[in-house]
Design a protein around this ligand. Structure first.
Ligand SMILES: [Zn+2]
Ligand SMILES: [Zn+2]
Length: 337
């Protein structure tokens, strides 16, 4: 079967072995319809965490073509999935840090979603695979996993109804975070360096948006009109180190900064502000099975809008899709297999 295989930081389209269900093995073989390109795929390549020979991709939409299971799933089902599964019975799971669970980290689909077929285990079918409505466009179904990550961040932040919430960075994840907040009845304000992104975000139900380019002080002044004390919760979805500084300037004393992206070279919070200003800084990483379920429900109900965010690429164009993502030419790439 064809797959995009990593070789020296680029993908090469190659023939690799198709996964099969060996003698009575439980699980399913899924024919991949398409797979979203996640920022984390790009970060894994950048940081050398992905190795030569790896097949990446986890935001899969596909059809079950072979199955041996005790679950409700059947051949022909159209599904979306989460690739990691918590054990629900360890110190991390008991404390709801599901993505820290060692079992979570050790489970995966085989190979990644940038290939024609994948194997999903019985445990995936039991916990992290969901049927999708046949009428739901594939590009929209593929948002289940990234939206679930945002839902998790909103839940972890324990946002109050009256909270003023700011999202720094209005790329796809920033927009999904805003949609997750508003879907749960919360307020969402957003800011970005680029006015083009801010204009786009306005279509997605943000209460207020701010352009920060060249005029950070001016933006902070306008923000003070909306949130006089500063923001209760600041969601950091942009991976540039200077955004940490901006998060510190926009959060209120006693407020919360939710770190939702890997920042390349600087994780520093300057001047002991966490201590003196009694700030809470928390991370949110990857979704739980419950977040995945909430996510697909919201997408199917149309409570979040994702239809205009994707650009479709063929598997052979995957390197171009990465390039276009990195240069902000597109919002989100959907790789059609
Ligand atoms: Zn993802
Ligand atoms: Zn666990």
């Amino acid at each position: 079967m064809r797959a995009a295989v990593l070789e020296n930081e680029k993908f090469i389209i190659k023939e690799i072995e198709k996964p099969i269900l060996k003698n009575n093995q439980q699980g399913a073989i899924v024919k991949v319809i398409g797979c979203g390109l996640c920022g984390s795929d790009i970060v894994k390549i950048r940081d050398g965490k992905a190795k030569n020979g790896d097949v990446l991709g986890h935001e899969v939409v596909g059809n079950i073509v072979e199955i041996n299971t005790n679950t409700k799933f059947n051949v022909g089902d159209k599904i979306v999935l989460g690739h990691h599964i918590p054990c629900f019975n360890c110190l991390y799971c008991w404390n709801e840090n599901y993505s820290m669970c060692r079992h979570f980290k050790s489970t995966n689909i085989l190979p990644g979603g940038f290939s024609e077929y994948i194997y999903v285990s019985e445990e995936h079918l039991e916990n992290t695979v969901f049927n999708v409505n046949l009428n739901l466009p594939d590009t929209e179904a593929a948002f289940m996993e990234p939206l679930a990550c945002c839902i998790r961040a909103v839940k972890r932040a324990d946002v109050k109804p009256e909270s003023k919430n700011l999202i720094i960075g209005l790329g796809t994840i920033g927009i999904l975070m805003g949609e997750a907040l508003t879907a749960f009845g919360h307020k969402a304000a957003g800011c970005d360096l680029k006015s083009k992104r801010v204009e786009l975000a306005k279509k997605y139900g943000f209460d207020e948006t701010f352009v920060t380019q060249n005029n950070e002080e001016e933006a902070l002044k306008t923000m003070k009109i909306y949130a006089p004390y500063g923001f209760d919760n600041v969601f950091l979805t942009a991976g540039a180190s200077k955004t940490i500084d901006f998060a510190l300037k926009s959060v209120r004393d006693g407020g919360k900064i939710i770190v939702f992206s890997s920042v390349k070279d600087n994780n520093g919070f300057s001047d002991n502000q966490i201590y003196y200003r009694e700030l809470t800084v928390m991370g949110s990483y990857s979704p739980s099975p419950m977040d995945l379920e909430d996510s697909i429900n919201l997408i199917e109900k149309g409570s979040v809008k994702v239809s205009e965010l994707s650009t479709i690429y063929n598997l052979s164009e995957i390197n171009q899709a990465i390039e276009d993502t990195l240069t902000n030419r597109i919002m989100k790439a959907f790789i059609k297999i």
